[in-house]
Design a protein around this ligand. Sequence first.
Ligand code: PBG
Length: 323
Amino acid sequence: MAFPATRLRRLRINPLVRAGLQETDLSARRLMAPLFVRPGRGVRLPISSMPGQYQVSIDELVREAQGLRRRGIVSILLFGIPSKKDNVGSEAYAASGIVQQAIRAVKKAVPDMLVAADLCFCEYTTHGHCGIIRKGDVDNDATLKIIARTAIAQARAGADIIAPSGMMDGMVKTIRQALDKNRFKNTLIMSYAAKYASAFYGPFREAAESAPKFGHRHSYQMNPANAEEALREVAEDLAEGADLVMVKPALPYLDIIRRVKDKFHVPVAAYNVSGEYAMVKAAGQRGWIDEKRVTTEILTGIRRAGADLIITYHAKDLLLPRI
Ligand code: PBG
């Protein structure tokens, strides 16, 4: 069939037809909001490179979580800024660590919210790298030991999802074994499986105070030019027991999201990272783009690429259909 029997414009003829036949939906349940928690009370420090985002103390975090829940956002991802850093990032796994305290407080105040805990050490180490340093580089296997300790501490505090973001080999297997041994069989693992060494993390490193003090992350995060390697990373993490796999960042890697979805048929998360957010905010503030429409278009595009869940700082700005 062809024109004139076929007229594709009929499918766009009015708002009801357009809405009824829309292929991709963006609803609040698809969004996970990242939040930064730091010690103190009544603290709400604006993050200058991420307008609308704050480092908050636990009391403020609870309010934030309640506000998100009211808007239909059912999941959050927690990052901690510790009171003190050390060589091995011990506040990441201390029972009294800032994220562990935050998880307990949020789960108590908002029980019907999914709480994911980012598992990494760059915010907790003096050197700003994602693990234990030996001979000028992150030592993979030494880092696995503190990854296991941190996962257990986070699960004990009540985290529903453990989200390792350090790109260490064997991190998912290590976490699954540690959780299972400690009777946390139902704690999920969302692995940052294909995480690229990206310049788009710039604003986050201000937000989390986690920039490396020397060198870079190229020996553990992926080369942005590689796609086949992303599929290997995902296959490996799934074999090790990951429940969800993440592609990060999102916008420059939509092809990776699609390929992962098509090949593995598993839940896929995409992280719409700090630099992607900052660009939209900056252009929106200048009046160069319509921020609301651009945001919806970006997040819809990430969904259309195949993401089931989008981790995004835009979550609280969107008014979306609820579950
Ligand atoms: C920690 C971590 C980073 C992000 C999430 N977890 C930064 C990094 O790897 O340097 C980035 C998130 C963002 O940019 O929004 N490893």
